[in-house]
Design a protein around this ligand. Sequence first.
Ligand code: APR
Length: 320
Amino acid sequence: MSRRNKITIVGAGNVGATAAHWAVQKHLGDVVLVDIVPGFPQGKALDLAESSPVMGFDCKVVGSNGYDETAGSDVVVITAGVPRKKDPVTGKFTSRDELVEINRKIVGAVTREVASRSPDAVLICVSNPLDAMCHVMFEESGFPRERVIGMAGVLDTARYKYFLSEALGVSVDDIHGMVLGGHGDTMVPLPSRTSIAGIPLTELLAKDKIDAIIERTRKGGGEIVGLLGYSGYYAPAAATIAMVESVVRDRKRVLPCAALLKGEYGYDGLYIGVPCVIGKGGVERVIEMQLSAEEKGMLEISAAAVRELVAILPYNKPAT
Ligand code: APR
């Protein structure tokens, strides 16, 4: 009898629980939800499991405050941490950088727990600040770089495509393109590489409209925080599940992910958002595409921002 895929999601909060929901809805495998709050992952898991007769999925869903149930997972998603919040008094948002210190400890401890029990798993980092937390997961797991990946580009690309579909009045299915680089202000959109069913975007939408969409995409996370008072989770969870699906079904999708570069794009030892072929082994290939001088300049700004964050971490510093 073949064995079902096993997916562990650490952090049963907004992103984690929503990701679990979509994982079972897509029949991707059995799900273990882990959280530090007593009763919380168990409650979320039971509630989700009770929906199975109605929704028609056979995946098992269990919740735990420990890690023994996670043993032998194929994929582990880490969303544990403190999300960005709006200060009710000052109205200011927590910056991603401010989260480094708190989330580093959480993500480091979680990584050690899951890595020891699932030594062959692909680890997907969702916790922010994303690029810094990828470095923490890579260092603390001791896994090869192929099996420690960050989720940012799929989310940023989804927002970009959605805004374009709205502006053009066409299906999201027919918009092709990618956002590279870091999450947020340092993302690198590639409008010259974006097409609508093969037709270059630049032929269909005026430059000022494209620029406005790029700006909105860059601030996409903040726009949701501004409306809700906390981070979004439907789109982040959906983006995470696209990566999980590509791993467990070995789809070899080309997805923009944060990957540890070893010479690609001229960087060494840095997590940067680049196009990756994602399959059973995690990042099976980093695709190196030709970038214009302007795009390369934007990628360098991203890299500089990652370097700055990584410098705060207590690990050996990247070479470049
Ligand atoms: N071990 C396990 N779970 C933990 C730990 C820990 N040490 N510390 C915190 N958690 C759990 C919290 O109890 C909470 O349920 O992580 C969960 C985080 O969920 P939310 O606060 O709802 O945050 P969410 O919106 O899901 O975002 C999760 O993704 O996009 C990023 O910036 C965001 O880093 C944040 C992460």
